[in-house]
Design a protein around this ligand. Structure first.
Ligand SMILES: NC(=O)c1ccc[n+]([C@@H]2O[C@H](COP(=O)([O-])OP(=O)(O)OC[C@H]3O[C@@H](n4cnc5c(N)ncnc54)[C@H](OP(=O)(O)O)[C@@H]3O)[C@@H](O)[C@H]2O)c1
Length: 352
């Protein structure tokens, strides 16, 4: 009896869902359903991983005086806590933020706040990324750490001024371009004893992800969940591939990607959690705890020879199979250079 009721409920729900989406092609409806379910699964898996491994979230900050860190975002959310940690470690920190005028107030709340600098950066615009990189390089010709932290999640379909889907542009392409532009300074600062580091802040939300090589801006069909997953997957693949090519070239720069945990921040403004903020307060990490895995990727000595590592809760995390495929990584790297109009063999060599 209960099986019959459940089956009827599933059929009715499927019928209502189909009716509401009847203007869409069946393959798109199925794909959206698959992403919705898989993203819930990835989120639940992430929460369980956080609860089980909360005890691992510890980092002893080193003395990194005279070393330079660049971070995207940082005026709020997890980024603020990463900045706090970097300053505590006595690093000079350069934030790339949309409203640099906020930095002064922020600096007043932090230990070693006088070491905080900020330049304007809007990752939706590749022109802004270039201007930011130029400003940083002018003052800091050597950089020891780049944290690609800023990010957005979900929202309506939007193309940036460069014609890129907005989550792809902000989460991945803008950071890929910034990495390319700052690499000469990262190479200069790194040495065998202490290589420079690039840390991509990604997400367990990459797990359902796939790279739409033939339609990376999702013009044929937009699913905001798929777009977020694609952008976060690209960050992991890029960390792995860039680390590999730098290693082959004997360059002293290591790349990592990190999932910070499921963290109570404004990132969820386009999700159902906006309506239930108490749920976030009850079950999610605080931004301070979320920053720990990122600081671990920035400083931990034991991962020095494990470039390309995907980290979650200060240990190797579970990443999807697509992200590990070397051919997919290479294809994404070449496509990204193509989209940004520079030759793949000039990556990180010449500033363009
Ligand atoms: N929160 C989580 O549960 C969670 C889980 C997995 C991964 N992550 C990742 O962690 C990172 C930080 O997220 P968060 O939770 O701290 O989110 P958040 O509180 O919403 O902060 C996002 C940051 O990104 C910046 N940003 C957004 N769009 C930008 C743009 N176009 N140009 C420059 N900066 C921009 C924001 O700056 P403005 O103040 O100017 O908007 C802000 O500093 C993201 O990459 C996110 O995907 C978070």
């Amino acid at each position: 009896m209960s099986l019959a009721i459940t089956s009827a409920a599933v059929v009715i729900a499927a019928g209502v869902y189909w009716y509401l989406n009847r203007h869409k092609r069946v393959k798109h409806i199925l794909s959206e359903l698959r992403y919705a379910l898989d993203m819930q699964g990835a989120g639940a898996g992430g929460l369980i991983d956080d609860w089980v491994n909360v005890w691992r979230n510890k980092i002893v900050l080193p003395d990194a005086n005279k070393r330079i860190a660049v971070i995207t975002g940082g005026a709020r959310g997890i980024g603020t806590e990463v900045v706090r940690g970097l300053l505590k470690a006595k690093m000079t920190v350069v934030m790339g933020i949309r409203r640099p005028e906020l930095a002064k107030k922020l600096a007043e709340t932090m230990e070693n706040g006088h070491k905080l600098h900020a330049f304007q950066l809007d990752l939706q615009s590749m022109k802004s990324v270039k201007e930011f990189a130029d400003s940083v390089l002018k003052e800091f010709p050597e950089i020891h750490l780049l944290v690609n932290n800023a990010g957005i999640m979900f929202g309506d379909y939007r193309l940036t001024e460069d014609g890129f889907e907005s989550q792809l542009a902000v989460n991945y392409l803008g950071h890929f371009y910034l990495t390319h532009l700052l690499l000469p300074a990262l190479k200069k600062a790194g040495n065998k004893v202490q290589p420079s580091r690039i840390v991509n802040v990604t997400s367990c939300g990459h797990f359902p992800g796939y790279i739409y090589f033939d339609d990376i801006n999702m013009k044929e069909h937009y699913d905001t969940t798929a777009a977020y997953a694609q952008s976060k997957l690209a960050q992991i693949m890029s960390a792995r591939y860039v680390d590999k090519i730098l290693e082959q070239d004997g360059v002293n720069v290591k790349c990592y990607s990190v999932h910070p945990g499921i963290v109570d921040t404004d990132l969820f403004e386009h999700s159902n959690f906006k309506k239930f903020p108490w749920l976030k307060k009850m079950f999610f990490k605080t931004p301070e705890k979320g920053a720990v895995s990122i600081l671990y990727a920035c400083f931990d000595k034991e991962i020095e020879d494990r470039g390309g590592l995907y980290i979650s809760n200060c240990k190797e995390g579970f990443s999807n199979r697509f992200s590990k495929n070397a051919e997919h990584q290479k294809k994404l790297f070449e496509l990204s250079c193509d989209l940004l109009n520079f030759n793949a063999d000039k990556f990180g060599v010449v500033c363009q």
